[in-house]
Design a binder for this molecule. Structure first.
Ligand SMILES: CN1c2c(nc(N)[nH]c2=O)NC[C@@H]1CNc1ccc(C(=O)N[C@@H](CCC(=O)N[C@@H](CCC(=O)N[C@@H](CCC(=O)O)C(=O)O)C(=O)O)C(=O)O)cc1
Ligand SMILES: N[C@@H](CCS)C(=O)O
Ligand SMILES: [Zn+2]
Length: 751
């Protein structure tokens, strides 16, 4: 007789920051010596327990343990497995958590681990540096497993797998990226053994790197890893997410007890199961509700899809689960008091996703969905004029009227800028008084007039500082903006913004990604008042400052009923109105930031060209009709530019400023082979550190740039905006930068 299929509900990870951002507050308090070690640990412990309880209450059978982290889960592994780079080993450590936070945030003369984005998400992890073989220094998840069991919770410890961990790590030059693998496997095996002895039945080993392009050699490494790790003591759920796995037949054969696949992001996973089958002795991790977007799951569709997959796969058992960790979602829609109930009906954040997993699990066990379990989506009323504008777009809408060479001459006539013009990227310190004033304004404690007056005073101060420093192109400082994406989302139609929808970006820093639910338009000007006020204070040009269409798209949750390209074009058209209004108001330089341009690059190579094609077009659409005299700038940071340099060029911005110091010259070397003609500012110093750059360092960067770029092209600016810094740091830094530009200018004019 056929055995009844076992179906369990499972989760892969949960937001850590806390409903009231308790972790953020405790961390920042700790760093300011206002919170003790004990208090910080207590906050973390009670958060963890609440997170487990929420999952248990929601009906989740297998609850992740070890997904929580004080700062970052990759840092946790680095520390516990003894990957402590030499510069930190040499530090004298006085407090227990000191090493951990020094690796995360750096200390005087000790730079932190590098930070980079986690696959194609807006979460940033700390890049492990493998300069020493591993050593098991700690196994904190063991304690958690015991505690969870005592609380009657079925723990599923979570650990990033060796393949992904090493793929994302840095190794010393000349070393193979897997040079520590044999020793690392010993450490993993020891940890798994301890977890099994503590009572864990399943472990979730996260291997998202299996969805990236892989070579035959790499798949061989993966096979070796899992033949080595496999043990009768504990069941391994080999968990993939964010895309489909290319080497499916090989992955399916690995000696693990479960394979977790993302069926939301990838159709290939189902296609592969259809083509190659699924091993009947294995458990299927069925990623069926979306961990990356906020739309409530259409349970009717998800139920039908789950049934189809199970019928084809015939697995030993099923874990019904989200497509990936819920880390990338806000905590709960319950925390939103200002959204209408109609809107709430269509949204699901992390907590609501758990309910969906539980409903689907029950339904799959019973063979039918309970009545009324899908609320249906509300009607989105299309904006006729937006649709018409998109339908009528012609190739001219994407082209500046004149080529760059002609524009450059006309712009120079208007702007009369010196060689090596100096500027900043836009934001100036968002100090506590700025955030507090905004909070008071939002709470209705001060009126619009008082808030506007405060912003004017800030702008005047900021312009005064820039004039005093002698910068050539000024900015208004972005004091009115909570965030460069959220600010514009609040001003355009088609977006929802949340009060408490915080999502961890890195460490204690969070963002509230807006939700694009309908057609986008710009009912009225968004930035003109501030920019024109700032311009009225100075004869020097003040840059109009906008966030670009691709970045607004990539840092928002996006509707799924129309293609992303169309949403990007809608945003571009809205921004275009703003650009034209800025120009009409006499603003001569307009910067349209695109830091997330590369972030949207699909993980799979075959999807990249199409993305880059429409992303470039969206940017061009946002500014093409300006006069040739109007100078368009863009800015990018957080990116590896090598593989997108052609697309960057195709954006046709007159000037681009890009991050340079953290990539240590890699960016400069691109221009040895790529002939870039337009204006470019390669960031002269790292704004992520409080350190004041020495003049010699700035000069050295500029001299390296001048080896590959013409003097007429080169702008002088920091790597990125200054919002996270303090005035005391930026004033001497910018003073050094301006002095270097002047000295370089003088030395060239003498030659
Ligand atoms: C460039 N980066 C960005 C990314 N994504 C974005 N959407 N935006 C970005 O800028 N991704 C990549 C990187 C990530 N980097 C960062 C850097 C810094 C932060 C950050 O500092 N975030 C802040 C939150 C900012 C914010 O929106 N603040 C609100 C106020 C919220 C608040 O708590 N108000 C309090 C009172 C304020 C007080 O008393 O201090 C209240 O209401 O009670 C605002 O300014 O209005 C953070 O604190 O984490 C994020 C990503
Ligand atoms: N104009 C923005 C860009 C950040 S990427 C700023 O200066 O903060
Ligand atoms: Zn930037």
């Amino acid at each position: 007789m056929e055995e009844k299929l076992e179906i369990w509900s499972s989760n892969l990870g949960y937001p850590r920051i806390g409903e009231k951002r308790e972790l953020k507050k405790a961390l920042e308090g700790y760093w300011q010596d206002k919170v003790t070690d004990e208090e910080l640990k207590q906050t973390a412990t009670s958060l963890q327990e609440r997170i487990w309880e929420t999952q248990k209450q929601a009906g989740i059978d297998f609850i992740p343990v070890g997904d929580f982290s004080l700062y970052d889960h990759m840092l946790d592994i680095s520390i516990n497995f003894g990957f402590i780079p030499k510069r930190f080993r040499q530090q004298t450590i006085k407090k227990e958590l000191e090493l951990y936070f020094t690796m995360a945030r750096g200390a005087k003369n000790v730079p932190p681990l590098e930070m980079t984005k986690w696959f194609d998400t807006n979460y940033h992890y700390l890049v492990p540096e493998i300069d020493t073989p591993p050593k098991l220094l700690g196994n904190p998840i063991l304690t958690l497993i015991k505690k969870a069991i005592a609380l009657n919770i079925q723990p599923k410890p979570v650990l990033v797998g060796p393949y992904t961990f090493l793929t994302l790590s840095k190794v010393p030059e000349g070393k193979d990226k897997f040079w520590v693998l044999p020793k690392l496997l010993e450490v993993y095996k020891e940890v798994l053994k301890q977890w099994a002895m503590a009572g864990a039945k399943w472990v979730q080993i996260d291997e998202p790197a299996l969805v990236l392009e892989m070579s035959g050699e790499e798949i061989k490494v993966v096979k070796d890893i899992y033949h080595n790790l496999s043990s009768p003591d504990i069941n391994i759920m080999l968990q993939t997410y964010f895309e489909g796995v290319d080497f499916y037949p090989e992955i399916a054969k690995l000696p693990v007890q479960g394979i977790g696949l993302d069926f939301v992001r990838s159709h290939n996973n189902l296609e592969n199961i259809k083509k190659y089958g699924f091993p009947k002795e294995k458990v299927l991790g069925l990623g069926i509700v979306n961990g990356r977007n906020v739309w409530r799951t259409n349970l009717t569709h998800a139920f039908a899809l789950a049934k189809e997959i199970i019928d084809i796969a015939h697995p030993k058992a099923v874990f019904v689960q989200p497509s990936c960790s819920l880390l990338h979602l806000p905590i709960s829609i319950e925390l939103e008091t200002k959204l209408s109930s109609e809107v709430k009906q269509i949204l699901a954040f992390a907590k609501e996703r758990l309910q969906e997993v539980a409903i689907l699990t029950q339904a799959l066990r019973k063979g039918e969905l309970p009545a009324g379990s899908f609320a249906g989506s509300p009607e989105v009323h299309p904006l006729k004029e937006v649709k018409e504008k998109i339908a009528q777009l012609k190739s001219e809408d994407f082209e500046r009227a004149e080529p760059y060479e002609k524009r450059f001459l006309k712009q120079q006539k208007v702007l009369n800028l010196p060689l090596f013009p100096t500027t900043t990227i836009g934001s100036f310190p968002q100090t506590k008084d700025v955030r507090q004033k905004r909070a008071r304004f939002k709470r209705g404690e001060i009126d619009q007039q008082e808030y506007s007056q405060f912003l004017r005073e800030k702008m005047a101060f900021c312009i005064g500082i820039q004039e005093g420093l002698g910068l050539d192109v000024l900015v208004h400082g972005e004091f009115e903006r909570s965030d460069m994406v959220e600010y514009f989302a609040q001003k355009m139609t088609g977006f929802l913004v949340t009060q408490n929808g915080w999502v961890q970006s890195y460490g204690s820093r969070c963002v509230r990604p807006p939700i694009i639910y309908a057609d986008v338009s710009r009912p009225k000007p968004m930035t003109i008042n501030e920019i024109c006020y700032a311009q009225s204070l100075t004869p020097k040009p003040v840059k109009g400052m906008l966030t670009g269409p691709v970045t607004i798209l990539n840092w928002s949750y996006v509707r799924e009923d129309i293609p992303r390209k169309e949403v990007a074009f809608q945003i571009a058209l809205a921004l275009r109105d703003e650009v034209l209004d800025l120009e009409k108001a006499g603003i001569k330089i307009i910067q349209i930031d695109e830091p997330a341009f590369r972030e949207g690059l699909p993980l799979k190579k075959e999807k990249r060209k199409s993305y880059l094609d429409w992303a470039v077009k969206a940017f061009r659409l946002s500014n093409a009709p300006v006069k040739p005299q109007t100078q368009i700038h863009t800015h990018m940071c957080y990116a590896e530019f090598k593989d997108i340099i052609e697309a960057i060029d195709a954006m046709d911005a007159d000037v681009i400023s890009i991050e340079c110091s953290r990539s240590k010259g890699d960016v400069i070397s691109i221009f040895e082979t790529y002939h870039y003609k337009k204006g470019i500012g390669l960031g002269t110093y790292d704004i992520h550190s409080p350190r004041i750059p020495k003049k010699e360092e700035i000069l050295a960067t500029l001299k390296r740039c001048l080896k590959v770029l013409a003097p007429q092209q080169l702008w002088v600016n920091p790597d990125c905006g200054l919002k996270t810094r303090q005035w005391e740091e930026i004033i001497p830094s910018l003073r050094n930068m301006v002095e270097v530009a002047r000295e370089l200018r003088d030395s060239l004019s003498k030659d």
